[in-house]
Write a protein that binds this ligand. Sequence first.
Ligand SMILES: Cc1cc2nc3c(=O)[nH]c(=O)nc-3n(C[C@H](O)[C@H](O)[C@H](O)COP(=O)(O)OP(=O)(O)OC[C@H]3O[C@@H](n4cnc5c(N)ncnc54)[C@H](O)[C@@H]3O)c2cc1C
Length: 328
Amino acid sequence: MIEMSGAGFIGVTTYSEDSELLLELLGAGRRLADKLGVPLSAVLIGNVIDEEKRKEAIRHGADKVYVVEDPKLEAFGVEPYRAALLGAVRDVSPEVLLIGGTKRGKELAPRVATALETGCMSDCVALDMDSERRLVGRRLTYGGSTIAEVACLKKPQMATIPPKAFEKPAPSERTGEIVSLKVELPESKVKVVERRAKQQATFRIEDAPIVVSCGRGFKKKEDVKLLEELAEVLDAKVSCTRPLAADYHWMQEWVGLSGHKIRPKLYIAAGVSGTIQHVAGIRDAQTIVAINSNEEASIFNIADYGIVGDLYKVIPALTKALKEKLGK
Ligand SMILES: Cc1cc2nc3c(=O)[nH]c(=O)nc-3n(C[C@H](O)[C@H](O)[C@H](O)COP(=O)(O)OP(=O)(O)OC[C@H]3O[C@@H](n4cnc5c(N)ncnc54)[C@H](O)[C@@H]3O)c2cc1C
């Protein structure tokens, strides 16, 4: 049954444990809140929330910041965090709830939606309110080859938002209210016996203005050095297609539908065929350069500049030319 249930839902609320992504959600949320003429809020969850974090949310557009603090929230656990977010949302009763689409956000969002008996539109890359105050989201489907428009039919209207889908708003000196919420948290059914830091890239590929990527056109891991030399000249970060990371384990992370979605100023893809799954992660790059020996490769369909040739010859030549040009 489709039902636009209940009055009493007011405002747009945002939550992400990722501070950068939260600011992007505030950017998206501000536009929706202004259109609806309602306040925008952020939920912060943790053991002790830094004062600066609260102010930062206000500077980036929040009218209210709801803080849920508890020693049980020291480290992420899906049960206490679900209870904390759910408690905050029940208190605030927003018309729209945006959750950062990180791994943790995606664990929380469906659990919160189920508890609230509402739906959740996942991975929305664009959002708007229609004339009936329905949240309408756009999401990539069929491996990024099409865009589906979806709408929420129950409230609170929920969506998860991937990183870099929305611009972080410029900060401004504005005032807002900070509200501490007391939420009853359950005893965890999970006992953490040990925590080990995951080996992670020391940078966020999403933040790199220039990214150079390798694909299966590279014959062996050592050859990636060619791309690293090019990256050094350009002050770029190196990434790859999924098979190089997930199958060959040459790198930890990749770009694409199931990897990072990036929007650098310049993206250079070498030995990358350009499947829809890869393109889904780079479609918002400002300029795409492709190097591929097969002139029929699909990557050329989206590339702004294409170099048909053997990457083992093209990349060293490009690196040399750029070194000379940039005086490096
Ligand atoms: C559910 C799902 C999710 C996926 N998610 C992702 C994702 O997020 N990201 C992703 O990348 N993939 C993803 N994939 C995998 C994707 O479908 C492709 O298999 C992958 O992108 C292909 O990687 P590639 O371009 O490196 O390899 P290939 O498709 O094998 O292409 C290699 C290219 O190198 C060129 N080449 C070969 N030798 C040379 C040379 N000497 N010089 C120049 N060019 C050369 C070839 O012409 C070819 O075009 C996903 C798949 C599935 C099913």
